[in-house]
Design a protein around this ligand. Structure first.
Ligand code: LRH
Ligand code: MN
Length: 432
């Protein structure tokens, strides 16, 4: 099989050729449709082209569950190879210029070299993620009963030190944020003092907060359950917001879409965090039951649209302190991770474009006049409009592919990785 470098501009231009005229006519037709609604299609395309989402480094390898992981061909074997796959995603979508690393999964002795490798691939580094939800080989104290909230101050100190190490590594890489998610909690009523566990969390995160460089942010990620199955210390947005407001102005709440009970109104949580000026960012994914980490927009695209509708409302209202960091956090158990991450980034752009084309003045009138049906219909019209030509045109404007998955498959990149990266047979479970 002949290979082509899917990052190569000429390759992308030739891959786009067969799609160009269809895109041109579809774009013109949609432009006329939107014109009738008083919307300039090029304004939307520009906004979509400026939309960026970070790739989770742990997402470019095949993911798994506790029951098993079935590695695919040409898995990246280290963080340097992960960046190469991330560069393919960015070149073909134009939407993912940064990578969010997870330590120690991505630990290296050469963060300066890693930064340069990233720069050479056209990539930067987004929020760092610490990990005190697993024990590492040779780690003095175990996190079995918790980390930042462990009853033993020595374990808390070990966890705080790890987070500070993540900040130091991130500072070399050019990152500007640290995301802290901990699995700390209890499996049985009585196992932990719910109030004191939260106080220990505040004490430990205050030490991490103190170590933040001036222009950094701290993202607190809440999660309803797993690995704790009765009570999680930072279980919901309320606990996260209380902690952020206690810690200081550099602390914000990060919303992972999969960390809520089914049917929770996540767009409402987003609206409240915008009001509190504490919306730090997102881990986008989708789910039907638990923290399934499925591809964004694959299960509940309307819910994703409603989240972006709140973000567009905040953007238009010039909400203070509103600078959400967008990241994907997914586990690709049965698809090619590169394909899933490309399509997921595009589904976020789709939800954003759909929210941008909502006829807001009309919607406002219907709301003020309590014309409930027309208000709901006017909002939904954004969601039911096929904005695919805008998304493809935005990609073309960034030198990316009209059909990223088609271009990727035709390049033979995965097969080439299969030859270049002999797989190490690692069966068993776990998300990475
Ligand atoms: C926890 C989580 C967190 C990451 C991990 C990989 O469920 O969403 O953001 O650290 O997944
Ligand atoms: Mn997450």
């Amino acid at each position: 099989m002949s290979y082509a470098d899917p990052r190569d501009a000429n390759y992308i231009a030739s891959a786009n050729q067969p799609h160009a005229s269809a895109l041109a006519s579809d774009y013109t037709a949609l432009g006329i449709q939107l014109e009738r609604r008083g919307i300039k299609i090029d304004d939307i395309t520009r906004a979509v082209a400026n939309f960026k989402v970070a790739i989770p480094s742990w997402g470019v390898g095949t993911g798994g569950t506790r029951f098993g992981r079935f590695p695919g061909k040409g898995e990246p074997r280290n963080v340097f190879e992960k960046l190469e796959d991330c560069a393919v995603i960015h070149r073909l979508t134009g939407a993912t210029p940064t990578v969010s690393l997870h330590l120690p999964w991505d630990r290296t002795d050469d963060y300066k070299g890693l930064r340069e490798h990233g720069a050479a691939l056209g990539l930067g580094f987004d929020a760092m993620n610490s990990n005190t939800f697993q024990d590492q080989l040779g780690q003095p104290l175990s996190y079995k009963y918790g980390s930042l909230t462990h009853t033993d101050p020595a374990v808390r100190a070990q966890a705080v030190a790890h987070n500070i190490d993540c900040i130091k590594a991130g500072a070399i890489l050019g990152s500007r944020a640290l995301t802290v998610w901990i699995g700390d909690g209890a499996n049985f009523p009585g196992q932990s003092h719910l109030g004191r566990a939260f106080e220990r969390y505040l004490e430990s995160t205050a030490s991490i907060y103190k170590a933040l460089p001036e222009d950094w942010r701290l993202f607190l990620e809440h999660k309803m359950y797993e690995p704790s199955f009765y009570a999680t210390v930072i279980q919901d947005w309320g606990s996260s917001l209380m902690a952020a407001q206690t810690l200081g102005p550099k602390a914000f709440c990060l919303v992972d879409l999969g960390h809520h009970a089914p049917n929770v109104n996540i767009e409402m949580i987003v609206a409240r965090l915008v009001h509190a000026q504490r919306l730090g960012g997102f881990h986008f994914n989708d789910s039907k039951y638990g923290d399934d980490d499925l591809d964004a927009g694959s299960i509940e695209p309307f819910r994703l649209f409603l989240v972006f509708n709140e973000l567009v409302e905040a953007e238009l209202a010039k909400a203070p302190n509103f600078r959400p960091a967008h990241m994907l956090d997914q586990s690709h158990n049965v698809t090619d991770p590169v394909e899933s991450l490309m399509t997921s980034a595009i589904e976020l752009q789709r939800a954003y474009a759909q929210a941008l084309i909502v006829e807001r003045p009309k919607l406002h009138e219907y709301r003020i006049g309590n014309d409930v049906l027309m208000a709901a219909q006017t909002l939904k019209r954004g969601f039911t409009t096929d904005v695919s030509p805008i998304l493809a045109q935005a990609r073309v404007s960034k030198g990316a592919a009209i059909d990223p998955v088609g271009a990727y498959r035709a390049s033979g990149y995965r097969a080439k990785c299969g030859d270049m990266r002999p797989s190490k047979q690692s069966l068993g479970g776990g998300i990475v």
